[in-house]
Design a protein around this ligand. Sequence first.
Ligand code: QAP
Ligand code: CO
Length: 171
Amino acid sequence: MTVRAILTVPDPRLKLVSKPVAGVDDDLRALMDDMVETMYDAEGIGLAAIQIGVDKRVIVMDLSDTRDRPRYFVNPVVTPLTDELKPYSEGCLSVPEIYDEVERPARVKISYLDYGGAPREEIAEDLFAVCIQHEMDHLEGIVFIDYLSRLKRDRAVRRVQKLVKSKGEAA
Ligand code: QAP
Ligand code: CO
């Protein structure tokens, strides 16, 4: 397994609409393993494949405190189950050190293929619902700052560019 580089805004690849995968094979599992290793290394709770530059409809997540319960979502479909919207102060590995509130449906149904390629369905609430919707947006080329005002979004992008530049110079 390999830790891969995470793309940050305003990288144009983050705007791509990711493509469905034909099925789950060993190559895709190797990608998912790299995604989990990359997510753990960056101390994230969720990562979409496009965040490491791969435009496939694949998401990994780990909401456990122990960081040992990785979950895999291939070709996920998310359906809201309520009109009730809940705000949450979101962050994103592609927008480091920026957090702001986004409202999303409180309860959703998720259909997907798991790590073994088997179809699954489940109901998500709370942080799980926030995370799967945030990651699904990445598959559509949407980053959470796209929901903010233009002023806040532009400011966030500039801060990230400055941070990335300063980290690159330090290395
Ligand atoms: C998406 O986000 C998410 O700025 C996953 O400096 C966000 O893993 C799901 C992170 C909110 C549910 C609620 C962000 C790590 C991690 C940063 C992440 C940072 C270091 C974000
Ligand atoms: Co994100």
